[in-house]
Ligand binder design. Structure first.
Ligand code: KG4
Ligand code: ZN
Length: 347
């Protein structure tokens, strides 16, 4: 089964072709980062227009890379939500338009399910069940994953997502958008322990998170130190922020593994590319004896490969799961644990 994947939920247009026998044949991405940088964050209307500009050229590119013709596509998978409404509509209408033109079925995919399953695309994939730590610009969640489509929420952020906190902290430090990689780079130059920031909800007794106060603590610190904060001080602040965020994420993740008795962890979403988080989870994994899996670095942030792959896995489990009516909806707000739509244990 050859699946075309289309991702357009935010600021990356991603297209990919995944073949259930041969694996990932091609994937191509257009990042809108340079366009949004001038505004310090994503401008939804600009994002939608840019997806329109790039989706079809990227389709041509992946067909060429994979050396297949569009008539060989069996199914089209697209990101149905969550995300920016206008941006999702572009991907949904292109997917359904192509489906109609090619007489191929279309399947809507939950963006976070795409992230969550992306480590299974790696050479050494984990087996079910596992705990998933989903860390992106819009979400911070711990899930218990029993199988494809069987997701139970263990905890989530009550306010900002950790990626959002990275981006806001970057802005406060005068760094470029998107801030995650920039804050991480700067933190490597900082000295640990100089700027001690709070560890929000570390001892809350549950697996929920909160990151907006951490960002406010950065703001308060910078306000106190005045307008002439030195480069070294900024690096120390970045270090303080990263150490606090990573400690909370790691501690809660280890608690989730203990609570569920699981020995496998997958980490996915843009922040799963973070160097300090990987280092801390690696240390925790050897101490507490669990295995940790990530997507390839190139597939941590948004991409079409994870959408094509999730579409293929869903249809393997439920061959009638795609639709040929070409009437579509998008779901800008959509809870992943609400999509437990396979009854019993899938065969
Ligand atoms: O998964 P993603 O591409 O988009 C969403 O679904 O939100 O995640 C983007 C987020 C941004 O907040 C970005 O700053 C963050 O992931 N990010 C990082 C790193 N790379 C991307 N955060 C920390 N360290 C990184 N290396
Ligand atoms: Zn994402």
């Amino acid at each position: 089964m050859l699946v075309l994947g289309i991702e357009s939920s935010c600021d990356e247009t991603g297209l990919a072709l995944y073949d259930s026998k041969r694996g990932l044949l091609a994937h191509a991405l257009h990042s809108q980062i340079a366009m949004h940088r001038a505004y310090g964050g994503v401008v939804p209307e600009l994002a939608s227009r840019d997806h329109i500009r790039h989706a079809l050229p990227l389709l041509k590119k992946v067909l060429q890379q994979a050396e297949v013709s569009r008539t060989e596509i069996d199914v089209i998978a697209f990101t149905q939500g969550p995300g920016l409404a206008g941006a999702l509509l572009v991907g949904a209408s292109i997917a359904n338009g192509l489906g109609l033109a090619l007489s191929k079925p279309v399947i809507g995919i939950h963006h976070l399910e795409g992230h969550l399953l992306s480590p299974l695309l790696a050479k050494k994939p984990p087996t079910f069940p596992f705990v998933a730590l989903l860390v992106s610009g819009g979400h911070t969640q711990l899930m218990q994953v029993t199988d494809i489509g069987l997701y139970q929420m263990l905890g989530e952020t009550l306010d900002d997502a950790v990626g959002e906190a990275f981006d806001k902290t970057a802005k406060l430090l005068g760094l470029d958008y998107p801030g995650g990689p920039e804050v991480s780079r700067l933190a490597k130059l900082g000295t640990p322990g100089i700027v001690e920031l709070p560890r929000p909800m570390l001892n809350s007794g549950n697996l929920d998170f909160s990151f907006s106060g951490l960002k406010t603590a950065v703001l308060t610190y910078l306000n106190r130190s005045g307008s002439n904060t030195s480069d070294q001080e900024k690096a120390n602040v970045a270090r303080g922020f990263v150490d606090a965020a990573v400690e909370v994420l790691t501690t809660k993740t280890v608690s989730a593994l203990k609570l569920t008795g699981m020995k496998r962890l997958i980490v996915a979403g843009g922040v799963s590319a973070n160097y300090q988080l990987r280092e801390a989870l690696c240390a925790a994994a050897s101490k507490c004896r669990f295995d940790v899996y990530y997507p390839d670095l190139a597939l941590c942030t948004d991409n079409g490969a994870m959408i094509a792959f999730a579409g293929a896995l869903r249809l393997q489990r439920n061959p009638t799961g795609a639709n040929t009516s070409y009437a579509f909806t998008i779901r800008p707000r959509w809870d992943l644990s609400a999509i437990n739509d396979f009854s019993g244990t899938p065969g």
